[in-house]
Write a protein that binds this ligand. Structure first.
Ligand SMILES: *Cc1c(COP(=O)(O)O)cnc(C)c1O
Length: 233
């Protein structure tokens, strides 16, 4: 996608977010936009950055690292939003500011142990499996509290909240259901675990429904960067 259209699309996404904040009684500016740039070239990320986007999310480590390296002089906050393989945790812990898809203690402990201390605690969200997941990942709701309590003890992890990747739907009311369930799960956890402030939910097709249900971070790919490029892996 040409760079001036990335700028244009980004402004459009920002308008959708602020309209949804208004419509659903959310505080203006309370929803943080993370641009998901999987399969997009570094030049596309740079164009979005120049248009004011500072949060960038990637799914595939082997694709993310060269882009991150190429853009290292930019003040980007890097989010890892993909599936986490245990042999990749060291590189994730060393190269990202946020990890959205933690779903088991084994992974959390490795991220904790491998986080370079000089970078400070790694911001993490727990991915919850609310059935019909696109990703098939995520902790089952009945195991969520135990995982959250254990993760909250890890000194190099800062547990921030929850993330969900639900099956897509064209129906607004249908889209709201998993987001409402995730918001409820966070509210329950907040009674037991301090410092939770993040609901990472909502993508290009359903960001309004996510904001209606309390999203604090939306993860937007195609609406900013256009259709994904064929994967080079
Ligand atoms: C690809 C991806 C997104 C962005 O999806 P779009 O529909 O392109 O906005 C968000 N979150 C995760 C975890 C993804 O893998």
């Amino acid at each position: 996608m040409p760079e001036d259209s990335i700028d244009h699309q980004l402004q459009h996404v920002r308008e959708r977010i602020s309209n949804a904040e208004k419509q659903f009684g959310r505080e203006p500016g309370s929803v943080r936009l993370v641009g998901i740039s999987k399969t997009q070239p570094a030049s596309a990320i740079r164009a979005a950055y120049d248009a004011g986007l500072k949060d960038i999310g990637e799914n595939y480590l082997q694709e993310a690292l060269p882009k991150r390296d190429e853009l290292r002089e930019l003040d980007i906050c890097w989010h890892f939003v993909g599936k986490i393989q245990s042999n990749k945790t060291a590189a994730i812990a060393g190269n990202f500011d946020w990890v959205h898809g933690v779903d088991r203690m084994r992974i959390a402990r490795r991220l904790n142990d491998q986080r370079p201390p000089e970078l400070g605690p790694l911001n993490c969200c727990i991915e919850v499996n609310l059935s019909d997941e696109q990703s098939k990942g995520g902790v089952m709701p009945e195991e969520l509290e135990e995982l959250a309590l254990a993760m909250a003890e890890l000194p190099n992890i800062r547990l921030r909240g929850l993330m969900v990747l639900p099956a897509t739907s064209d129906e607004f009311e249908q889209q709201r259901l998993p987001f409402a369930r995730l918001a409820n799960a966070l509210a329950e956890l907040q009674a037991h675990v301090p410092g939770l402030d993040t609901l990472s939910m909502g993508m290009s097709a359903d960001l309004e429904a996510a904001i209606a249900e309390g999203a604090t971070m939306v993860r937007i790919g195609t609406a900013i960067f256009g259709a994904r490029q064929p994967l080079q892996r």
